[in-house]
Design a protein around this ligand. Structure first.
Ligand SMILES: [Zn+2]
Length: 103
């Protein structure tokens, strides 16, 4: 099975304005900003969830670079740093643990 569209040349040919617009849209998605984290029950699923969606700029596949615990505005978050394997753009995705177990 062959994809209909040709392989694109990453984000290099796009204007800065368009890239910024796409970044802005990406930040509005769940997990795109610290105040919009994706709720997960276990950190084990974060690595997979972080790269589940393709690059917002070129639709290339993402790879996980770093998975860290962070605290932003008093909320403990997991931050996955991901990078596009195609155009190299870096993003962060935010997760909040909703552990059902008693701590
Ligand atoms: Zn990309």
């Amino acid at each position: 099975m062959r994809a209909k569209k040709n392989v694109r040349r990453g984000a290099a040919s796009k204007t800065d304005a368009l890239v910024r617009e796409l970044e802005k849209l990406a930040a509005l998605e769940p997990g795109g900003a610290p105040d919009r984290p994706i709720a997960v029950e276990t950190p084990a699923v974060i690595d997979m969830r972080a790269i589940a969606q393709p690059c917002p700029l070129c639709e290339g596949s993402m790879k996980l670079e770093e998975h860290a615990a962070d605290e932003i505005d008093g909320v403990r978050l997991r931050v996955a740093a991901i990078a596009c394997t195609s155009c190299g753009v870096r993003r962060k995705r935010y997760f909040r643990l909703t552990a059902p177990t008693v701590h």
